[in-house]
Design a protein around this ligand. Structure first.
Ligand code: BGC
Length: 424
């Protein structure tokens, strides 16, 4: 018993000593350093994703060698895990110095509404950014005239990627409508080639396909009206979209639920599947990781019936309230928002720069085409990537999609969407 008490006393003393070391207010030089570290939180760890971030961090290091940076990325496509970690930290008043957040509802309904973000209007003024970012984009990161984050890029999500060799060898046209898509898919299937690659181990990838069908069938106005609550999910076009989506799912690889988006893109890259519907981070993956050539090994078109529409995904970074190194965060944001910053990041990431004055020569044909399309298209914010609706709605839609993928019950799915929409 005595021995046990002694052990307990030693344990308690040790715990107290340890907790003392962790105190952020301590003045030991180690702790000061901890506070000064610039912690950059994102989900860019994976193949094709981290190259852009590392290049940006490198540029920042060149400009500010004295600021210590910590790359605090949490793996998982579309922020599957990072968003949960972030939520815990934000709720515990322990925010990272700055974090990746999609413009639109993910930023505004979650963090701005909760009073967790600092406005950055002064930074925009100081850097002369007001006319350097498209107004639509500034609006996506603003609430009541206050601007809350800096967009590093614009990804397009409504892209159909295809393996050129498969289409050429089988003498098939690249589909631009759903009729053409199913025609081509049937022919490919008959030849034993998987028509559409899917990796929905993380369910957002299936939501990603579904939202592009909604965009096609409803157009940007109808699609936007769904998320503003003005259009009901009872609309016949929603049903038509669900049926098309269900039919598309009958052409995917059997092992879809054990793959992530990179593994699915890999099927297209290796010629094991013909097509893939994914945002243009897939281009980063094809080029950086699979060493493929744009328009030689793979091609791209807007997803069926979305030509002239641009589903927008924008990654942005802001300044959480209460961080100790706000000045350093602003320095990072100023590099991220500069032409130079955007032009080291985006050619690797697959996205186009958020700024309108980037150096075109740094971008490949895909980037050039996409910049042109962005200017000339009707824009729609992505649901799967946080912009169209609050996080709670997206979580429910992802769950409903996940069930639909296995059960294919159209009415049950629409009911689940209607339930999700109650939270709008
Ligand atoms: C992000 C991209 C990222 C993709 C896959 C999207 O939500 O906006 O930057 O590459 O998810 O993780």
């Amino acid at each position: 018993m005595k021995k046990f008490r002694l052990l307990l006393a030693v344990f308690i003393a040790f715990s107290i000593a340890l907790s003392g070391c962790n105190g952020k207010s301590e003045t030991s030089s180690g702790d000061k350093k901890e506070e000064k570290k610039l912690e950059i939180f994102s989900w860019w760890t994976g193949a094709g994703e981290e190259d852009g971030l590392l290049a940006l961090l490198e540029l920042f290091k060149e400009k500010y060698p004295d600021i210590e940076v910590e790359n605090a990325a949490v793996a998982g496509g579309a922020g599957t895990n990072a968003k949960a970690v972030l939520a815990t930290r934000m709720q515990g008043n322990n925010p990272p110095s700055t974090f990746q957040v999609h413009g639109g509802q993910e930023l505004n309904a979650s963090w701005v509404a909760a009073g967790k973000m600092e406005p950055l209007n002064d930074l925009y003024e100081q850097e002369g950014w007001m006319d350097k970012f498209p107004k639509d984009l500034i609006d996506m990161v603003s609430v009541d005239g206050n601007i809350y984050s800096v967009p590093v890029n614009i990804h397009r999500s409504n892209v159909l990627w295809y393996n050129k060799k498969i289409f050429e060898e089988n003498n098939l046209p690249v589909p631009t409508t759903f009729d053409e898509f199913f025609d081509v898919a049937e022919k490919l299937k008959a030849k034993g080639i998987t028509p559409l690659a899917l990796g929905d181990k993380e369910p957002w990838t299936a939501t990603h396909i579904f939202e592009n069908v909604l965009l096609a069938k409803l157009g940007p106005d109808g699609y936007n009206a769904l998320w503003s609550g003005e259009l009901s999910f009872d609309d016949p076009k929603v049903k038509e979209s669900v049926e098309i989506f269900g039919k598309m799912l009958s052409y995917v690889n059997e092992d879809h639920s054990s793959r992530n988006w990179q593994d699915a893109s890999q099927l297209v890259a290796k010629g094991e599947a013909a097509m893939n519907i994914m945002g243009d981070w897939a281009k980063g993956y094809f080029v950086n990781d699979m060493k493929l050539k744009v328009n030689e090994d793979f091609g791209y078109v807007p997803t069926p019936e979305t030509d002239g529409y641009f589903m927008v995904v924008t990654d942005t970074f802001g300044l959480p309230k209460g961080v100790k190194n706000a000045d350093d965060v602003k320095k990072f944001l100023s590099v991220l928002g500069s032409v130079e910053g955007q032009d080291v990041f985006n050619p690797l990431k697959g996205s186009i720069p958020a700024r309108i004055d980037a150096d075109l020569s740094k971008y490949d044909q895909y980037g050039k085409d996409t910049m042109e399309d962005f200017k000339n298209s009707k824009l729609a914010p992505s649901l799967a990537h946080g912009s169209a609706a609050p996080e709670g709605v997206l979580t429910r839609v992802n769950q409903a999609v996940n069930i639909f993928v296995t059960q294919k019950d159209v009415n049950q799915f629409i009911d689940a969407l209607k339930t999700a929409a109650q939270e709008l």
